[in-house]
Design a protein around this ligand. Structure first.
Ligand SMILES: Nc1ncnc2c1ncn2[C@@H]1O[C@H](COP(=O)(O)OP(=O)(O)O)[C@@H](O)[C@H]1O
Ligand SMILES: [Mg+2]
Length: 300
């Protein structure tokens, strides 16, 4: 019997201070919004349409570290329930841009922004936006798998436990692990330490942990860079499945990976968004000579 109790180590505060973000499907008055997530498959209530709506958007968006503009004047739409890849040479601002979407750059004191980034109609950097709530809607998976020093079960149950989830936690954990394509490998050892898993399994566990918060968007920053080719292939397959339910924004320096898994690709160079297009078109008919040079391996 697995018991979920107490608070676990958590990367962010859990106190919501500002107004809570409105979930896209349910716009209720603030006081009526439930504190706890319900088990709901994000993709279940709406069908996939040919033209996806935009879920994340930036408009003339600049991110500076001190005086240095790491992201410059970027205007980008990220469609819902698609995989958008962000590619470009090291240091071009991919991670900085990705981290802005769930305010992870807030932890860097010298960071300032200009212009706007939106989650649906909510200005992400508006003082009234609650970053804790934002991070529940927009989850993140990092380069190196970072499970907590806890059991497999507790890793996945973590967010629900700290949010006072009143549903069936066993069920939530099982569903999240299934969606992360890890259930079959761990179902008989849920109480084992997460550290006993392989790197690829740990990364899928981190994806399950993010999914258990029932987000709309998953930000993935080079999620395969620490993995071997077989584990990488599994994560790529998983990303392909995840887009039926979630929007995925994937940073990768691996062009083949972008070509394999993404629907749209954005090419960044020295902080600027050079072009964004349907992945196949960007790789076969790039509009900008810099994109052409990059995808043909002339630099980067
Ligand atoms: N915390 C930071 N403080 C200062 N400069 C940073 C910080 N993080 C990244 N940078 C700089 O911002 C630029 C973009 O970095 P990053 O977003 O990590 O690029 P990428 O993910 O494309 O490799 C780089 O020049 C990098 O050195
Ligand atoms: Mg990076």
């Amino acid at each position: 019997m697995v018991v979920v109790a107490g608070r676990t180590t958590e990367p962010f505060g859990t106190q919501s201070s500002g107004p809570r973000l409105q979930p896209p499907q349910a716009r209720m008055p603030a006081g009526d919004r439930p504190r706890t997530p319900t088990i709901r498959a994000p993709g279940s209530s709406q069908s996939r349409t040919a033209t996806a709506r935009t879920i994340l958007r930036t408009k003339s968006f600049t991110i500076r570290y001190g005086n240095f503009s790491a992201v410059r004047n970027v205007t980008l739409d990220i469609p819902e329930k698609r995989v958008t890849a962000v590619i470009g040479p090291s240091g071009c601002g991919k991670s900085t841009l990705l981290r802005a979407f769930n305010r992870m750059n807030d932890f860097i004191p010298s960071m300032t922004v200009a212009g706007n980034a939106y989650y649906l109609n909510q200005d992400i950097h508006d003082p009234k936006t609650d970053p804790v709530e934002l991070r529940r809607r927009i989850g993140m998976v990092f380069q190196k798998p970072n499970p907590f020093p806890k059991s497999i079960f507790r890793n996945v149950a973590w967010g629900a436990a700290i949010n006072g989830y009143r549903g069936n936690i066993e069920e939530l954990v099982e569903q999240s692990l299934k969606q992360a394509a890890l259930w079959d490998e761990v179902k008989d050892k849920l109480d084992d330490s997460a550290f006993a898993l392989s790197g690829g399994q740990q990364q899928r566990l981190c994806i399950a942990r993010a999914i258990a918060l029932q987000p709309e968007v998953l930000l993935m920053d080079e999620p395969c860079s620490a993995l071997d080719p077989i584990a990488t292939a599994r994560i790529e397959d998983l990303i392909d499945q995840l887009k039926t339910r979630y929007t995925v924004a994937l940073v990768t320096h691996n062009m083949q990976q972008a070509a394999r898994v993404s629907d749209r690709t954005a090419f960044m160079y020295m902080g600027e968004l050079i072009e964004v297009d349907a992945t196949e078109r960007l790789f076969t008919h790039p509009q900008d000579p810099r994109t052409q040079d990059y995808i043909t391996g002339r630099f980067g």
